[in-house]
Design a protein around this ligand. Sequence first.
Ligand code: ADP
Length: 266
Amino acid sequence: RSLELLLAPFDPERLGGVLVVIHDVTEQRKTEEMRREFVANVSHELRTPLTNIRSYAETLADNAGALPPDTEKNFLGVILNESDRMTHIVQDLLTLSRFDSGRTELKLAPFDFERAVRDVYNAILMEAQRHGHKVELELENGLPQVSGDRERILQVMMNVVSNAIKYTPDGGRIRISAGRLGARVWMEVADNGIGIPKEDRGRIFERFYRVDKARSRESGGTGLGLSIAKEIVDRHEGTLELVERPGPGLTVRLTLLVEGPRHGHA
Ligand code: ADP
């Protein structure tokens, strides 16, 4: 822990001593450190696509009319992709900043949890099959209606399932299951993909944290998805966590209160 020693100003004429104030500044340092790291990350993440856009545009400009049409098309494609990527990052950052400043209101309403899980399954099935993944769906009977912001919960579920698809080599296996436990419903997404090394497991809900930056970037990842998902779930007084399972791959578990958050929004 870091301790800060402050020698308070004193008048030696009047006070015959020294006033020593000891502050524990560990937390403060950590917050500052995280903020600095965040800004550095944002700058880096935005600079990479910008550098690409700049160099491809420059090549196009320098060789105007002289490049084979295919090459030209290729370069323009990169420019479009990279600008989409920047838009994506900026959108995610705005979402996070709205959460941070408490400007995000949840639209709470009862919705069918089972329907939501099925909708996610149907939405990702094609993409999963394109990668040769086998997707299993296992639902307990009679899942209740839950109260929450359906669109946002769907976003969380989609994020977790898309990650399972992205981080599992083609031909993998993904199991989506859901059930009820007391006052909560749960959903688990298990894959048999590359998994996460033990030392990284505690960090994947952090902003910009990615185990393998190159791989994540290749698949259009920003490293912000799970931190946004976690914010959404926290505001629902739910939980989003990794489950320790033997064997390869990763299992992520989401739980929500059947009755919905008690305070509307945190
Ligand atoms: P990204 O946009 O990079 O996918 P996320 O916030 O969704 O960002 O995930 C953060 C990181 O967690 C990923 O970059 C990846 O390293 C790791 N991760 C997430 N889901 C899985 C998974 N199912 N298997 C292995 N690693 C995963």
